[in-house]
Design a protein around this ligand. Structure first.
Ligand SMILES: Cc1ncc(COP(=O)(O)O)c(C=O)c1O
Length: 477
C-alpha cells in the first residue's frame, strides 16, 4: 500500500501499484486506469502525484494517454519482437494467387466461425441500427427516385460532402475528378487501368493487401514488392533503388495505415514519397481506406495534398468505417479524370444510389463521426487485448506487429511454421485466419498470419486465440 514512510516517492509507489495490478491480471491491457481524481481519492494522495505516476508509466510504454478519454493500460511489445525487414525483390513477377485467395474468401464467409480472417472493423461498433433508420428516412423522402439509376460519377450531395471533407486537409478536389465507385476495390481497379498498360511493372508494398495482388493479376501487370517497415510504411531507400533498377509505371501504397501490418506512414514521409515519385513522373495510387481508423493523435493527411503534378490518385471508401456491404467508395483521379469517368461508365454504370444517399444522410446527421470515435476507441482496446492474448497463447518467438490503426495484426511465427496448415486446422476448429502467403506475389510470408480484432470482444474470442496457440504446434512445415 501507499505509505509516506516508505523510502520510495509516492508517485513511484503508485507506479508500482499499477504494475502489480497489471501483473495480477486485475487490470488488463486495453482497460482504462482509474481517473486521476478517483485514484488520488482511493490512495489518499494528490492528483499531481497520480498524474506524475501515469505520465512516467506512459514514458515507459506501459500506459497510453488517449485524448479526452484518460489513461489506458498497454501491452508491452518490444521492437525486437516486431516483424523483421524483408529484402527488396530483385525482379518484378507475374502473379498467380487465385486458388488460395478463393479458399480464404470461402472460409471467411462461413457462418459461425470466429472471424479473425475478415477485416471488418465496423463489427466492433456496428452501424446497422443507425443505417436502417437512415435508409428508411431516405426512402420516405426520395420515394422511387432512390431506386432509380444514379449519376454515373456519383450522388452529387455525397460528392459535395466528400469535397468538403478533403478541404479540411487543405486539398481542393474538383468535382469532375471525383468519381464515386463500388468500394475502394473498384477505385483501385479504375486507377490502375488509367495509369498502366498490360505488362507494366507496378510497385506494391510488401506485405500487401491481397485484393491488390489479385487486381494486378487480373490486369496482366507485373508486381515489384517494396519492403514495408513495421512502424512507418515502405522503406523509401528501397523504393529509390527500385526506381533506378526498373521501369516502374505506378505504385500502389497504403499511404496512411497498412493492411496487414498496421504501420502508419507519418506526414513528412508521405510528402517525401510524393516528391520522389512525381520527380520521376511515376504515378502514386494511394489506398487510404484505413486513414480514419488511426490510433495516432492526428489522422494522416492524404498524399493527394502533396501532389504538384496531378499524378496522385486517391482511393478510399466507407467500407471500413460505415458499411462494407454498401459498396460505396471513391476515386480522386487527378489528371486522369476523363479516363476514370469513362472506365467507371463502362465497368459498372453507376454506384447504388440508395446506398450513397443513406451514407450522405448518415454523415450529415453527425452519426458517422460519433460512431467513428467509438469505433476507434473499441479497436484500440481490442488491439491491446489481442496482443496481450497472443503474447500469452503463442510461442515466445512469435513476432507481433504493433498496429497504429486499422483492425489487423501481423504475426510471424518463424521459418518452421506453415500458415496454410494453420489456416486449415483453424477452420476445422471453427476459427478463420488469413494465411500470410497471400500477402505477397513471391511467396514471402508463409510463416506469417494476419488476425483481425475488428469484432465484438468476448470470452469466445479469447478462447479462440488460446486454441490457435495450441494448433500452431501442429502446423509445422
Ligand atoms: C487495404 C485495402 N484496400 C482496399 C480494400 C477494398 O475496400 P472496399 O471494400 O471498399 O472495396 C480493402 C478491403 O479489405 C483493404 O483492406
Amino acid at each position: 500500500m501507499i505509505s509516506k514512510t516508505n523510502h520510495d516517492f509516492l508517485y513511484q509507489q503508485v507506479m508500482q501499484l499499477v504494475r502489480d495490478l497489471s501483473e495480477q491480471g486485475t487490470l488488463l491491457p486495453g482497460e482504462k486506469l482509474p481517473s486521476l481524481r478517483k485514484m488520488a481519492e482511493k490512495l489518499n494522495v494528490s492528483i499531481p502525484t497520480v498524474k506524475l505516476a501515469y505520465q512516467s508509466l506512459e514514458a515507459q510504454g506501459l500506459v497510453e494517454a488517449r485524448e479526452k478519454s484518460g489513461y489506458f493500460l498497454k501491452t508491452v511489445n518490444t521492437q525486437l519482437a516486431r516483424p523483421k525487414r524483408v529484402k527488396l525483390s530483385r525482379a518484378p513477377v507475374s502473379v498467380n494467387m487465385q486458388v488460395l485467395i478463393e479458399q480464404v474468401y470461402d472460409a471467411i464467409h462461413q457462418a459461425n466461425v470466429v472471424p479473425f480472417g475478415i477485416a471488418n472493423p465496423v463489427a466492433a461498433a456496428p452501424t446497422d441500427k443507425m443505417l436502417s433508420r437512415t435508409m428508411r428516412r431516405v426512402m420516405s423522402i426520395a420515394g422511387s427516385r432512390a431506386i432509380n439509376y444514379g449519376a454515373m460519377d456519383g450522388f452529387a450531395p455525397l460528392k459535395k460532402q466528400l469535397i468538403h471533407r478533403y478541404l479540411d486537409f487543405g486539398i481542393g478536389v474538383d468535382s469532375h475528378e471525383l468519381v464515386i465507385t463500388n468500394g475502394a476495390q473498384e477505385a483501385l481497379a479504375i486507377a490502375l487501368k488509367c495509369a498502366t498498360m498490360p505488362g507494366d511493372v507496378i510497385a506494391i508494398e510488401s506485405p500487401c493487401y491481397f485484393g491488390i495482388i489479385e487486381l494486378i493479376e487480373s490486369l496482366g501487370l507485373k508486381a515489384l514488392e517494396i519492403p514495408l517497415c513495421p512502424d512507418d510504411g515502405i522503406w523509401l531507400d528501397d523504393l529509390n533503388q527500385a526506381l533506378q533498377d526498373h521501369d516502374i509505371k505506378a505504385c500502389v501504397f497504403s499511404t496512411s495505415i497498412n493492411n496487414p501490418v498496421g504501420s502508419f506512414m507519418p506526414d513528412h514521409k508521405r510528402k517525401q514519397l510524393v516528391e520522389l515519385l512525381e520527380s520521376q513522373d511515376v504515378v502514386l495510387i494511394e489506398d487510404d481506406v484505413y486513414g480514419d481508423l488511426h490510433f495516432t493523435p492526428e489522422r494522416g493527411i492524404p498524399a493527394q495534398a502533396y501532389s504538384k503534378k496531378g499524378l496522385v490518385l486517391t482511393c478510399s471508401s466507407f467500407s471500413k468505417t460505415a458499411a462494407p456491404s454498401y459498396r460505396v467508395g471513391w476515386l480522386i483521379a487527378g489528371k486522369f479524370a476523363a479516363r476514370a469517368r469513362r472506365y467507371k461508365r463502362a465497368l459498372s454504370c453507376s454506384t447504388s444510389l440508395i446506398n450513397q444517399w443513406t451514407l450522405y444522410e448518415f454523415v450529415a446527421s453527425g452519426d458517422y463521426e460519433r460512431n467513428l470515435k467509438l469505433l476507434r476507441q473499441r479497436l484500440r482496446t481490442n488491439k491491446e487485448r489481442m496482443i496481450w492474448c497472443l503474447q500469452q497463447a503463442f510461442p515466445a518467438t512469435a513476432r507481433i506487429s504493433d498496429p497504429q490503426g486499422g483492425c489487423v495484426v501481423w504475426v510471424d511465427l518463424g521459418p518452421s511454421f506453415d500458415s496454410i496448415k494453420l489456416f486449415q486446422l483453424a477452420l476445422e476448429n471453427g476459427i478463420s485466419i488469413t494465411p500470410g502467403y497471400i500477402f505477397s506475389a513471391t511467396n514471402k510470408y508463409r510463416s506469417c498470419i494476419r488476425l483481425s480484432y475488428g469484432l465484438p470482444w468476448n470470452e469466445r474470442v479469447e478462447q479462440a486465440i488460446i486454441k490457435l496457440g495450441e494448433l500452431i504446434h501442429l502446423a509445422k512445415k
